[in-house]
Design a protein around this ligand. Structure first.
Ligand SMILES: [Zn+2]
Length: 322
């Protein structure tokens, strides 16, 4: 009941917003956890879902491996189409991502990923999830969580663990699920990031465009007019001032190219990062927290991946580094 009222209100709200002047393009602020943290409570070690199995993560950059419940594979539940997708629910554990009141990005991204996993399995795909509970992916050193907050070193290690899990999954595509935030609560909408510096940048762009259009179509089907903020290069995510190393790299670690000592073994498959809603927009935060919102996001990503898999890779170089 609350949901029905909410969603009806959202449609009107979004239409009214669209009728106004063109929105200023806000910078993404949540990508590298640049928002202030407010601490977190310890969570018990999760039990892996019974129908999953671990994917071995072996890379010198992640010496202690991953936590229980992280980097798990799920086989298809119906016909087996022999395709694998890697899904990364952004943030987790001591890293809440963007927060607005009781809404935390890490919870929204996980809920969407679990829903998406179920749908893709039913479609015939194998799915590997970077995490399945409210945890980091990497086993963190004690020094990497201070006062309940993930340090910059911890953020870096956790990203490397997600990359290593993606590569070990042998997926043909990866999608990282995040939610946006901005200091103006009136700014909302949906956007998708890709890396344009990889050998397989063309496939990255194709995936990002599919994600952007499929999410828009899914939202329209639900009756919501969510502002289309478009497909963006992750080159626009640099210079956030978090650390000199991150500034010098300037791209999203999970999508970006090799840089010695910072991203030695980058992801080997086409990928994109979606930001379906802004948690800093009260209406969008409520929709993102609702079962209807979660399903609409999952369905949009699902349709994009089905479309992506139906087109053969253009050349063997798609699996090369860079
Ligand atoms: Zn995020």
């Amino acid at each position: 009941m609350v949901g029905a009222l909410l969603l009806a209100g959202f449609g009107l709200y979004a239409q009214a917003r669209l009728a106004g002047s063109a929105q200023a393009r806000a910078r993404t602020t949540d990508m590298v956890s640049s928002l202030p943290f407010f601490g977190s409570t310890p969570t018990p070690t999760p039990k892996p879902p019974p129908d999953s199995y671990p994917v071995a993560v072996q890379t010198p950059e992640v010496p202690n491996g991953v936590v229980a419940g992280a980097c798990l594979a799920f086989n298809p539940t119906g016909v087996d189409l022999h395709h694998t997708f890697f899904i990364d629910p952004g943030h987790g554990g001591p890293d809440p991502g963007a927060t607005a009141g009781s809404v935390q990005e890490k919870d929204l991204s996980l809920a969407v990923a679990l829903q998406l996993k179920d749908q893709l399995r039913a479609d015939g795909y194998r799915v590997v999830l970077a995490r399945t509970a409210d945890t980091s992916v990497a086993k963190l050193a004690d020094s990497q969580v201070q006062n309940g907050v993930l340090t910059n070193s911890g953020v870096h290690l956790d990203a490397l663990a997600r990359i290593a899990c993606a590569n070990a999954s042998h997926a043909e595509a990866l999608v990282s699920i995040h939610f946006n935030a901005f200091n103006d609560p009136g700014v909302g909408g949906q956007e998708t990031y890709y890396d344009d510096a990889r050998d397989f940048a063309g496939d990255n762009l194709r995936l990002a465009k599919l994600l952007q259009s499929s999410l828009q179509a899914s939202f329209n089907k639900a009756g919501w007019q969510v502002p289309d903020r478009g497909v963006l290069s992750d080159a626009s995510t640099g210079n956030n001032g978090l650390t000199p190393e991150a500034d010098a790299y300037g791209r999203l670690l999970e999508l970006g190219p090799t840089k010695a000592g910072w991203n030695d073994h980058p992801t080997t498959m086409p990928g994109a990062l979606v930001e379906p809603f802004f948690v800093s927009d009260p209406v969008e935060a409520q929709v993102a927290s609702s079962p209807e919102g979660r399903r609409a996001i999952a369905s949009g990503i699902e349709q994009a991946l089905i479309g992506f898999a139906s087109v053969p890779a253009p050349s063997p170089s798609a699996a090369a580094g860079g």
